[in-house]
Every structure is written in structure tokens, then in C-alpha cells.
Ligand binder design. Structure first.
Ligand code: ADP
Ligand code: MG
Length: 842
């Protein structure tokens, strides 16, 4: 983000997230919340009026003190800052909508021809797409940009509270989608409950109780006994975090559910270990206190649940939404009606109304479908536009697909390319002949043979008189590539050099000068390649291995070493299709979906602690036959009292007491490069038979003689990562084994690990990984870049995503500038920026 456009959204988002999480000074990927804010306010954007500067400095200073502040002061500071940013934002004009963006904004009074206005109360027959409508709507629907504080039903007091949720205007509120609904239509009686069903019960509170979990001092457990006229039920809720364990907090929680009050609870029925049914962590809502008549707002309908924050109760947001809802009629439809019909999409204004107060679950589903479609659609339009723009760029590096070097390489290659390799290579060679730079991602499982394909692309550049660069994320991997390339390039009489952080200064100088003169055609290396002194004479192709381990900026910097060079990125971590479309929607993607012949499946077994001797027996047998073993541990040093054995200790133990007859090596992330090289070198030469390592072996290490991969505490890793680690064995002809040690009793963990026993297919595994852990976790790297969708889910909504992509392609084909669709264009600008601003505090 540059300094001249302030990143309001990022700041607002950070503030909102911190508030939602209860002002705990969240840890971001790089900074704590307070640090992030101090830094952000510490440098003012150029558009900031001069006389605001002191204010920024003051805010920066206050956030520096945030960690020492009491909860109340934190709350106050955040609310003030949010309010201030909002003001600035509207002054600076970077705010999305001014009056009149929508026609409705001009009108004070909305026409009464819409059927949604006529419904009375909540008891009458509901028109299927007709939302609940409050009294005001009949008088006048508020304007979309009207401030919430100016609505008589809300007023300044409540509006100030809503600010904590980032809600200022009527429009904000309309687009503040509920995170769930309680379907009171599916009400069940306590006696009829069955484990596994999601139900809503309405019952009276008998008593409740709070206590701190004896096993976890930071977990507060809240129990409540309720009854209806058929029976009694225990409900439990869990509150994780030190602040919930205070007496005061517990008492205030109990006061919310006084005996005799009527509550609704919605959640999954579970059977506990005493065979009793319970509701674990349900949505809970007090319908009426003793003596009240029951609140008609919540009974007999599908009721929205909103994300709340301190001091804001459910009904307050609901009431506010109800007063804002009539303004939905002012929302204009950005999507052409043909498109809406083709994909069966509800109109925007109806979707908005129904996402809040749907008459039934079916209508809710249709509303959701429309809004999910929108989230995907605008993102895809944005990505496709970016792709289009990239295709406008010209390059001089038009590379010939055939030539002497490639011919010579085929001569020395000891095997035939697989069909998949050939197909992907054709895609690449075709790109290289175009006058626009290639931007292609090759996905292929570990061992699918991506390197050879990249080498042929490199040779295409070289034989046309251009230079090439190959960048890898670790020294180990860079060196691996270098060794392989040297062996091939020697036969082709071509020079190649390696540049990493540990390259000696004299060598480094030599490389710099040979690059500049063009004497050196290919440079392999790590991040060292993007340093200032590295200048190519004529860089035609950039290859980035394990691209997801680099940030966007690092990739761009390598690219800038040439004039519009072609870019080939590679990854051995296949990702599910939905995720690929979302984060790589602007790239061309090819898959190597076939392994070279003769590979044996790696026999994978999940073992518990008691089966450890079985594992050690197998290892011993393999070593006696001359094979080698990896043992991978999750951490280097004991941290946070997790009962993980540290690599250092484990190494000691294995060497001294378990395998004294063999040599055991150690590799971990805190070692210097030289130490790492030595450890890997010894393992490669079979001077050590066992290599105890942290996940640094994940990429790069290639020792075909290793046949057993044992992973400790396997449940702590993601499936894709385990699959990567497993890929370190099975690289030779011999049968290989992967042993996943896990003492976790959690059925979820066991089920997850079983996926690896059953499958060797990286795509399938990553799909499962995403289902278990969510999209952000699957990438689990520096630059995850998964946008923050509000409603859409990459796990659940694949079908809608595919349709949205189709629709977006069609639109871009018709008019990439969206000149024909003014509203769509405006919507895109707003949405796309917001989605892309999603990754905060990185
Ligand atoms: P990755 O896709 O994991 O980078 P590599 O390119 O390192 O895979 O290839 C893994 C191994 O398979 C290497 O030893 C490579 O020489 C070999 N290999 C690649 N393609 C073929 C093929 N078509 N037939 C046989 N072996 C191959
Ligand atoms: Mg590779």
C-alpha cells in the first residue's frame, strides 16, 4: 500500500476485528494490533490535510499505550478512532457513494407500489419474498446514505453503539448480513430431541451455573438447565479467554438468564458420555423475562443472528435493521436481467431484505444464493479485468519453441516426458511465442516432474538469446535445483551459477558482472536474486518454484529485473479448484496431474503412541537393508507447555538410547545455512541413516534412498503439509512408508489423518484439508491472499462460484471496461477494493 492513498478499509477492518474479539490486542501475522495501529498512524498519508497531522500523531501515541490500557479505555479509544476515520473518509471523498449514486438517494419518499410495503405485522400470510416491514416503511423509507443517528428509531445513543460494529449509514446496516438465523419454524419439544439434529427449543430457565474448567484455566463453562412441558435439558456454552473467567463477568452472564425467563436455544443436539442429550454451544436468546409477554419479533419466524460486540444486544441490531430495511427498495439492480434469469438470481433489493428477515428457510436460501453469487462475481470480474490488462502488455522476448538447445536436451534426458508433462510444456511453449508475457502457474504433485518442464522453458529462452532466472524459497531447494541443472548444463556446455545469502562476496561480484554482460545465461538462487545489485543484460524468463512461499512483492521484484519477461510459477501444493479460482483467477493455470511411471504408492499408516515399537521395528529393518529414515517433529523447542518433544531432545534420545548402532543427524530451522548444508550433505551421503528434522525438510530435500517418513504429532499439521512431507520418500524404486504418529483421541483428528492412509492424490487431499480446516489454513503461508468473503464459502459454494466465473467471463468478453453497465462498474470498484484489502495486518 502506498503512502498517498490511506488504507481506510484496512484500518477500519483491524479496528473492527479487534473490537469483535473483545479488545485483546490481537496478534496479526506480523504485528500485534496495537503495533499495527501505532505504525499506521505514525506515517500520515499525503492526502491528509496538514492540520490533521497532530491528530494522527496523537492517535499513534495512544495506540502505543494500548497494551497497558484497561478494557474500558481500549473500547473508548477504538470507538473514537473508528468515528474519526469515518469522518475523514467521508471528507476525503474516497468514500464510495455520495448522495445520488442511487436514484433513491434523491427521494425522500418512496413510492408505495412495492408489494413489500403492504404486509402488516407478522402474523398475516407472507408473500414469499416479502420481508418483515416496520411501521416507518409506510411513512417514509430512509435514504441509503442517511446516517443511522438521524433515524428516529435509532437516535444518537444507539447509533454511537452501532459505530462499534462499523455501522454508520443505512446502507452499512443493510449490508451487515446476519451470520446465522434461528428457524423458529423448526421448533422442537425437549422430549422429541434426537442426537445429530439441529433444532430450536423454547423453554424456561430453571437455573444456571458458571465455572472455570479444571483442565484449562482460561476456559469458562456456562451451564443452564431449562424445561418445557415435555422435559428438561442441560445447555452448555464455552467461553475461551482469560477475561471470561472473572467473577464479575460470570455474574453478569448469569443475570442475563434469570430463573423463569423464556429462552430460545438453537443448535446441534449431542449425546454426552452419560448418554444424556445436551445442546452444546447453541445460539441463545432471551425471549422474555419473567412476567413479560413474549416478544412477537422473535416468535414464529426465521430470525437473524448478528455478530455483536460489547454493549450491543441482539434485539438492538435487529430493531435497527428493521428500521433501515425499507430503504432496500432504493437499491438498484446492477446485474442485467438476462443474467439474473439465466442463473436464477433473486433481485438485489429482495435478497437484501430476505437475508435479514426471510419468511422461511427456502427464501433465505435463495437470498443467500444471490448474495453469494455477487461476492464471487465481482471478484471474478476484477480478476479477469486484471488478466485482460496483463494481456495488453507487450514483450520483446518472443521465444522460439524449437531449437538446438532443446533438441540437445532431449538427447541427454534419460526418460520420456509423461503425457501430462508434455501437455503442460505445450501450454508453456505456446505462451512463450506470444508477444505478451506469459503468466502461468504450473500445479503438480510432489514428484510429478515440474523441474524438467521448467528446464525446457529455460532452454527456450537461452536459445533465443535471453537470460533466465530460477528462484526457490530456501537455500536447500535452490541448491538442489542447482546441482541438477549443473549436471545437465555441463553436458550442454552452458554455464549456470548459484546465488544465495551464503554466496561469498568475491563469487557474488563475479556473478553480478557476468550477468550484466550476458556471459551468464542462467542464475539459480533464493531471495538473493531480487537484491539491488543483481542486473541482467536481457532477462527473458523468470521461473519461481514453490511460488506460494513468496510474497506478491518479491515475485514482482524479480520480474522487474527484466523488461516484461515471461513468468512461470510452480507449486507442489495443489489447491482445490475453488481456492485456485479465487486466488489465481487472473493467472493461466496448468496441471501436471500424472506421476512418472514406476512409482509405488507410499504405504501410509496412522499409529498411536502404543504402537511406537512397531514403528521402530520397521525402521530398523529398513536401515539394515541399507535404507534411510526421516523423523519429522512439529517444533524446535518446547513452547507453551505443549507436550511436543523438541527436536534437540528427541535427537539426543534417539541417538543415545534407541538407535545407538546407527548415526542420527539433526536438522532444524534455527541452524545456520552451513550447518544445514552439512546435515543434509551427511544424510545424502548416507553418513547418517536417520535425519531428525523440523518441517524444513518439507521442500527440497531429495534423497531417493530414504524409504521411511515418520511424523510425530501428525495431528498438528495440515493434510497438505503432511502430503508434502510424505513426498520426501518414495522417490526411488523401493517400497516406502509413511508413519503418522498421533496420540490425539479427537475423532476429528483421527478422521483427518485417515485421509492420508487412503489417498495419494494431492488435489483430493487439499480439498479435504480445506473442508477440515478452512481455506486460509490450507495455504498456511506468508501470502495467503484469500479474500474475506462475508457469506460465500469456498467449501460449500463451489457450484455458485463456477457459475459466477462463467457469468464474469461472458461479461468481460462483451465489454471488459463494463462501460455498458454503470451500476455494475461502481459496485465492482467498491467490492473489489474491499475484498482485496482483506488480508489485514500482514
Ligand atoms: P517435482 O514436480 O516434485 O519438482 P521433480 O521435477 O523433482 O518433481 O521430479 C522428481 C523426479 O522424477 C526427479 O528425479 C526427475 O528426474 C524424475 N522425473 C521427472 N520426469 C520424469 C519422467 N517423465 N519419467 C521418469 N522420471 C521423471
Ligand atoms: Mg520441485
Amino acid at each position: 500500500m502506498t503512502n498517498d492513498t490511506p488504507d481506510w478499509l484496512r484500518l477500519q477492518k483491524a479496528l473492527a476485528v479487534e473490537a469483535e474479539q473483545g479488545f485483546i490486542d490481537l496478534m496479526g501475522r506480523q504485528y500485534r494490533f496495537s503495533e499495527f495501529l501505532t505504525l499506521s498512524f505514525g506515517k500520515f498519508p499525503q492526502v491528509l490535510p496538514r492540520d490533521e497531522r497532530w491528530r494522527w500523531q496523537e492517535i499513534a501515541a495512544q495506540f502505543a499505550k494500548y497494551p497497558q490500557m484497561e478494557l474500558q479505555d481500549r473500547q473508548h479509544l477504538i470507538a473514537q478512532t473508528r468515528k474519526y476515520l469515518h469522518q475523514l473518509q467521508s471528507q476525503s471523498g474516497s468514500e464510495r457513494v455520495k448522495e445520488g449514486r442511487s436514484e433513491g438517494g434523491m427521494r425522500e419518499y418512496s413510492p408505495s407500489n412495492s408489494p413489500s410495503k403492504i404486509t402488516k405485522g407478522f402474523s398475516g400470510v407472507q408473500n414469499p419474498t416479502t420481508p418483515i416491514v416496520s411501521e416507518v416503511s409506510r411513512r417514509l423509507a430512509p435514504r441509503l446514505e442517511q446516517k443511522l443517528r438521524d433515524l428516529p428509531e435509532i437516535g444518537a445513543l444507539k447509533a454511537d453503539k452501532l459505530v462499534r460494529l462499523g455501522l454508520y449509514t443505512v446502507r452499512d446496516l443493510l449490508f451487515y448480513y446476519p451470520r446465522d438465523h434461528i428457524d423458529y419454524a423448526r421448533q422442537a419439544k425437549i422430549r422429541e430431541l434426537k442426537a445429530g439434529e439441529t433444532v430450536t427449543i423454547v423453554a424456561r430457565v430453571k437455573r444456571c451455573n458458571c465455572y472455570v474448567s479444571p483442565r484449562n484455566k482460561k476456559l469458562m463453562i456456562f451451564e443452564m438447565w431449562v424445561r418445557d412441558n415435555t422435559g428438561e435439558l442441560k445447555i452448555s456454552r464455552f467461553f475461551a479467554g482469560a477475561r471470561f473467567t472473572s467473577r464479575g463477568w460470570q455474574e453478569s452472564l448469569k443475570r442475563r438468564y434469570p430463573a423463569g425467563s423464556m429462552v430460545a436455544a438453537c443448535g446441534l443436539v449431542k449425546q454426552n458420555k452419560y448418554n444424556k442429550l445436551t445442546l452444546d454451544d447453541p445460539e441463545l436468546e432471551v425471549l422474555a423475562n419473567p412476567g413479560d409477554s413474549i416478544d412477537s419479533l422473535t416468535i414464529g419466524r426465521v430470525v437473524p443472528i448478528y455478530a455483536l460486540t460489547e454493549g450491543i444486544v441482539a434485539n438492538m441490531v435487529r430493531q435497527a435493521v428493521i428500521s433501515a430495511l425499507p430503504a432496500a427498495t432504493h437499491l438498484q439492480e446492477p446485474l442485467p436481467s438476462g443474467l439474473r434469469q439465466k442463473y436464477g438470481l433473486m433481485e438485489l433489493k429482495d435478497a437484501i431484505a430476505n437475508i435479514h428477515f426471510p419468511p422461511d428457510s427456502d427464501t433465505l436460501q435463495r437470498a443467500k444464493r444471490r448474495l453469494v453469487f455477487d461476492e464471487f462475481f465481482y471478484l471474478q470480474i476484477g480478476l479477469l479485468q486484471r488478466q485482460q490488462q496483463a494481456k495488453q502488455i507487450q514483450t520483446n522476448a518472443v521465444l522460439a519453441p524449437r531449437g538446438q538447445l532443446i533438441e540437445a536436451f532431449y538427447e541427454i534426458l534419460p526418460f520420456q516426458l509423461t503425457n501430462a508433462q508434455q501437455r503442460v510444456l505445450n501450454d508453456i511453449l505456446n505462451d512463450l511465442q506470444q508477444p505478451t508475457p506469459m503468466n502461468r502457474l504450473v500445479q503438480g504433485d510432489v514428484g510429478s516432474g515440474k523441474t524438467v518442464v521448467a528446464v525446457i522453458a529455460i532452454l527456450a529462452a537461452l536459445q533465443s538469446g535471453y537470460q533466465a532466472a530460477l528462484m526457490a524459497p530456501t537455500e536447500v531447494l535452490a541448491e538442489q535445483h542447482y546441482r541438477k541443472l549443473v549436471s545437465w548444463f555441463n553436458l550442454l556446455h552452458l554455464p549456470v551459477e548459484l546465488l544465495t545469502g551464503s554466496t561469498k562476496i568475491a563469487k557474488r561480484r563475479q556473478i553480478h558482472s557476468q550477468l550484466a554482460t550476458g556471459e551468464l545465461p542462467l542464475l539459480v538462487g533464493t531471495h538473493a536474486l531480487i537484491q539491488d545489485h543483481v542486473n541482467f543484460q536481457q532477462l527473458g524468463l523468470v521461473v519461481i518454484d514453490e511460488q506460494h512461499r513468496f510474497g506478491v512483492e518479491q515475485r514482482a521484484r524479480l520480474q522487474q529485473k527484466g523488461e516484461q519477461p515471461h513468468v512461470l510459477t510452480m507449486t507442489a501444493t495443489p489447491i482445490p479448484r475453488t481456492l485456485a479460482l479465487t486466488i489465481h483467477g487472473d493467472l493461466d493455470v496448468s496441471q501436471i496431474d500424472e506421476l512418472p511411471p514406476g512409482r509405488q504408492a507410499i504405504q501410509t499408516t496412522v499409529l498411536s503412541g502404543q504402537q511406537r515399537t512397531h514403528a521402530y521395528d520397521l525402521m530398523r529393518r529398513e536401515i539394515v537393508q541399507g535404507r534411510q529414515i526421516y523423523i519429522v517433529l512439529p517444533l524446535v523447542e518446547e513452547s507453551e507447555k505443549l507436550d511436543l518433544r523438541s527436536a534437540v531432545e528427541e535427537h539426543q534420545k534417539l541417538q543415545d538410547s534407541i538407535f545407538p548402532e546407527f548415526q542420527v543427524g539433526l536438522l532444524h530451522g534455527r541452524m545456520t545455512s552451513a550447518e544445514k548444508d552439512e546435515a543434509i550433505g551427511k544424510f545424502r551421503d548416507n553418513q547418517t541413516q536417520i535425519l531428525v528434522s523440523t518441517t524444513v525438510v518439507e521442500v527440497g530435500v531429495d534423497v531417493p534412498n530414504a524409504t521411511v517418513m515418520l511424523i510425530e504429532n501428525a495431528e498438528r499439521f495440515g493434510l497438505s503439509q503432511l502430503h508434502q512431507l510424505r513426498g520426501r520418500v518414495g522417490r526411488g524404486a523401493a517400497q516406502s512408508y509413511c508413519l503418522l504418529m498421533s496420540s490425539s483421541r479427537s475423532p476429528d483428528a483421527q478422521q483427518r489423518l485417515k485421509v492420508l492412509e487412503q489417498s495419494q492424490d494431492g488435489f483430493f487431499i487439499s480439498e479435504m484439508d480445506m473442508r477440515f480446516r478452512g481455506p486460509g489454513q490450507v495455504l498456511g503461508t506468508k501470502q495467503s491472499g484469500v479474500p474475506d468473503f462475508t457469506l460465500a464459502s469456498l467449501v460449500e459454494d463451489e457450484e455458485i462460484l463456477i457459475l459466477a466465473r462463467q457469468a464474469a467471463e461472458k461479461i468481460i468478453e462483451m465489454d471488459a471496461t463494463l462501460g455498458r453497465w454503470r451500476l455494475m462498474k461502481e459496485e465492482l470498484k467498491y467490492r473489489y477494493e474491499r475484498l482485496m484489502g482483506g488480508a489485514i495486518m500482514t
